[in-house]
Ligand binder design. Structure first.
Ligand SMILES: *Cc1c(COP(=O)(O)O)cnc(C)c1O
Length: 396
């Protein structure tokens, strides 16, 4: 049956992914089940989305209640769930103004537009430059792709939006060298995700913040993957004692409902996007708002960031042990429940074997295994994953 569905899928879907040969049907906590009833322990959470685990009754009920009321109005009117959601994100982040989108890439688009508008209102120029990072990932739409630091993702789609310069992540001098009187923003992930799980060095992120302050350049932090508690802090920058001028979030923000957002300080909010400058049909609809409110309610109820710190530390120790026992592993990086193991060769055989043995893992690039479990994962789940991982490494 599974094979037939996969063949059907390949006959109708545009082939933009090389998918794993599994059809998931439902989930329960940190377990997923395929349509044949086989159980899997999930260490991917749909790429950092399903932070609260599957089959979460209170979350499902919150959505069902909202569905029975209304799911969409339009941004030409107010709705209470979006206002409550905005208040929750503001409280969690300390940012002042929010714009809801439907995805991460759209949040990045909005952030870039806000930065350009801010600079335009300041000096009237239309040739502003943005500094982005090599190995970054910000999404697949043209603006987001233009600041994504993997040339092979961009090449066939050139020309990108203009005036983007790429610096090296964690190399402050390389950022400094690109600053001109036209620079309006620096955009980067607080922890690089797709690029291979690279956390910002403290000196680097503080240095970039200081450079931005010195030159009145906006710092945009992309927290789409590393935010929403994954690093052990609600937003990863909070650990460093820096604050962005503009921030993006998505993935776990709605825990399964497609939603993203970009946020900014009052200073940027007062001097950038105005009525007519930006919009969205769906963004911040009542269903998305209800999801976000319930997500934050449960984060608080479960004291989830503390839990992430504790289980994340445990995962870190266990992966250090795996690294020590395996010379093919070159490096181990990450924070909280966002970690990566870098091998000296391709990791696809390990991921395939783990899947066969009931553990879902994912790569970041071809040589790195990425660990992004639901944030509600427990230590015994880590133990179960590690046992399967050790066995799967023998495939190499
Ligand atoms: C996933 C991701 C995006 C893109 O989000 P989409 O919802 O897929 O558009 C942007 N930035 C980062 C850091 C991401 O991890």
């Amino acid at each position: 049956m599974m094979q037939q569905i996969i063949e059907e899928a390949e006959s109708v879907l545009l082939h933009t992914y090389n998918r794993y040969q599994v059809v998931f049907d439902h989930g329960d906590g940190v377990k997923l089940y395929d349509i044949d009833g086989k159980e899997y322990l999930d260490f991917v959470s749909g790429i950092g989305v399903f932070a609260l685990g599957y089959g979460n009754k209170a979350y499902n009920d919150a959505l069902k209640n909202q569905i029975d009321k209304i799911t969409h109005t339009s941004n030409y009117y107010y709705n209470v769930p979006a206002i409550e959601a905005a208040k929750a994100v503001k409280k969690a982040s300390g940012m002042d103004r929010i714009f809801f989108t439907n995805s991460g890439a759209e949040a990045v688009e909005g952030a870039l537009k806000a930065a350009r508008k801010y600079a335009y209102l300041k000096d009237g120029r239309t040739d502003h430059e943005i500094i982005a990072m090599n190995h970054s990932f910000h999404g697949r739409t043209f603006g987001a792709l233009s600041v994504t630091g993997t040339p092979k993702y961009r090449e066939a789609f050139e020309p990108m939006i203009g005036n983007i310069r790429f610096a090296d992540y964690n190399d402050l001098d390389s950022v400094k060298a690109l600053i001109t009187d036209k620079t309006c923003a620096v955009i980067m992930e607080t922890i690089q995700g797709e690029g291979g799980i690279y956390p910002a060095d403290e000196a680097f992120i503080k240095g970039v913040r200081a450079l931005c302050d010195e030159h009145d350049i906006l710092l945009i932090l992309d927290e789409i993957q590393c935010g929403m508690g994954r690093s052990g802090y609600l937003f990863a920058w909070q650990e460093y004692g820096v604050k962005p001028d503009i921030m993006t979030t998505a993935k776990a923000l709605g825990c399964g409902v497609p939603v993203g957002a970009f946020l900014m300080t009052e200073k940027v909010g007062q001097a950038s996007l105005k009525a007519g400058d930006h919009g969205t049909t769906y963004g911040g609809n009542p269903l998305a708002g209800a999801a976000i409110c319930e997500v934050f309610r449960q984060y608080e109820e479960k004291n989830l960031t503390e839990h992430v710190k504790e289980v994340g530390t445990y995962l870190y120790e266990k992966l250090e042990e795996v690294k020590a026992s395996c010379p093919m592993i070159k490096d181990h990086r990450g924070k909280g429940l966002m970690q990566g193991l870098e091998f000296d060769r391709e990791v696809a055989p390990v991921i395939n074997k783990a899947l066969e043995n009931g553990v879902v893992l994912i790569n970041a690039g071809t040589k790195i295994i990425r660990f992004l479990p639901p944030l509600v994962i427990e230590k015994e789940d880590v133990d179960a994953m590690i046992a399967v991982l050790k066995e799967a490494i023998k495939e190499l």
